[in-house]
Write a protein that binds this ligand. Structure first.
Ligand SMILES: C[S@@+](CC[C@H](N)C(=O)[O-])C[C@H]1O[C@@H](n2cnc3c(N)ncnc32)[C@H](O)[C@@H]1O
Length: 411
């Protein structure tokens, strides 16, 4: 029996994530998805992200169906079970029969023929979805949910968990070269319906295929989360300012900075993994200066910059709806290591900032240790430097992903 391209791709991505340290965000832009039609790609993406978002619920249902823990199952078998269970319990438009038989087929073709009977039996016995409060309790690992409760209170922690299992909205950043009103009308004429947000330059997509439009192809709109769009403006950039972006990949904020300044000239975009700069690659990159470096080591620049951005590598707990793999990968003991690296990067960044310059330190983490604590620790050694603006975005309270950012003014 043939397997649909969408399910085959979804299985491949989920298996890679299960077996390696590959990130879902990159996998969804990678090889396994390249050959899919837009329709198949949409379905595969829905299956991958939904399966990861609800992984703990699915595992609970599968354990009940199997009558034993899942820990001894091969990665292929576990992946086929989760993917089948997600389609059966969360996707209305997929007949249960198809979900079961394709999961069985994935296992047969994946050289795990002996487990085909087990997959078939477990999926046929799969219980119904649990009540909403149970689902919410299983939305994140317990240690993470407890942290949110400690830091934000039970009610907000519940909202964060609920937001993390929802399909996130798509937001557009409008080019400053056109009036927002005119651009919105152009989008609408091309079948993309949007609504306003807190930012005049950002719209929430209600329907339509943005990437098929001329507006997209002409670079008049870019997809960027609403909270993410609030960080580059803290740099208070003009075309005269030089900018060092130390953790630039995939390139969203460098691209936004170039749009604000009207030019990419004078922007040095760095990353430890330059090959991940996929957003800048779509732009004309010739004006960006691209540098591969480890920003936690001393930096190779002699000159100072008017503006420095540290969009630090972090736990990503503010973006779990978009990056649901992170919550199952992260362990509490990873946090001190992340913090150490963040402190080194920020200290190096401040050493490259010109007098009276502005640095912005940002994360997409909800964990206070990665946020204000890092800033306070680094500024403790910089008398006269000060934090002048602070941004806190919480999922479930604010639209879009969760972010933290501060504007730091050099002495
Ligand atoms: C939050 S992401 C940056 C997102 C980016 N600013 C944007 O808006 O598209 C953090 C980035 O830091 C990079 N990174 C991780 N460790 C690093 C290091 N030691 N030095 C430089 N970059 C690093 C990662 O490759 C990742 O691309």
């Amino acid at each position: 029996m043939p397997i649909s391209p969408a399910r085959r791709a979804a299985f491949g991505v989920l298996l890679r994530i299960n077996q390696t340290d590959a990130f879902v965000d990159e996998m969804l832009h990678g090889r396994l998805f390249e050959s899919l039609s837009p329709r198949d790609s949409g379905l595969a993406m829905e299956i991958v992200l939904g399966t990861l978002r609800q992984q703990q619920v699915l595992d609970t249902l599968l354990e009940q169906a199997l009558g034993r823990p899942l820990s001894k199952l091969d990665a292929e078998v576990l992946t086929a079970l989760r993917l089948g269970a997600y389609q059966m319990r969360y996707l209305d438009r997929i007949p249960e029969r198809a979900a079961v038989s394709e999961s069985v087929e994935l296992i047969k073709q994946g050289r795990k023929r002996s487990a085909a009977g087990l997959v078939n039996a477990a999926l046929r016995k799969l219980p119904q979805r649990p009540a909403a409060d149970v689902e919410l309790r299983l939305a994140a690992p317990n240690w993470l949910a407890l942290r949110w409760e400690r830091h934000y209170g039970a009610e907000q922690a519940g909202k964060i968990a609920a937001a993390s299992i929802e399909r996130p909205a798509t937001y557009l950043r409008l080019s400053p070269t056109l009036e927002p009103e005119a651009l919105t009308q152009r989008l609408e004429a091309e079948g993309v319906v949007t609504e306003p947000t807190e930012l005049l330059s950002a719209r929430k997509v209600l329907s339509g295929a943005v990437e098929q439009t001329a507006c997209w192809k002409d670079g008049l709109v870019r997809i960027q989360d609403l909270g993410a769009q609030m960080i580059a403006p803290l740099l208070e950039l003009t075309a005269e300012h030089t900018l060092l972006d130390l953790c630039a990949a995939p390139g969203g904020k460098s691209a936004q900075a170039a749009a604000i300044r009207g030019t990419a000239k004078g922007i040095v975009a760095c990353d430890r993994h330059l090959h991940r700069l996929r957003i800048l690659r779509h732009l004309s990159t010739e004006q960006f200066e691209l540098v591969a470096l480890d920003a936690a080591q001393s930096l190779p620049f002699q000159r100072k910059f008017d503006r420095v951005l540290v969009d630090a590598p972090c736990s990503g707990t503010g973006t779990l709806a978009r990056n649901p793999d992170l919550k199952w990968r992260l362990r509490e003991e990873d946090l001190p290591l992340l913090v150490k690296r963040q402190e080194k990067i920020l200290a190096n960044a401040l050493a490259s900032l010109a007098p009276n310059g502005i640095a912005v330190y940002a994360t997409c983490s909800l964990e206070p240790e990665e946020n204000m604590s890092v800033v306070e620790a680094v500024l403790a050694a910089k008398p006269g430097w000060r934090v002048s603006k602070r941004l806190d975005r919480l999922p479930g309270r604010d639209a879009g992903d969760g972010f933290f950012a501060v504007q730091i003014i050099a002495a």
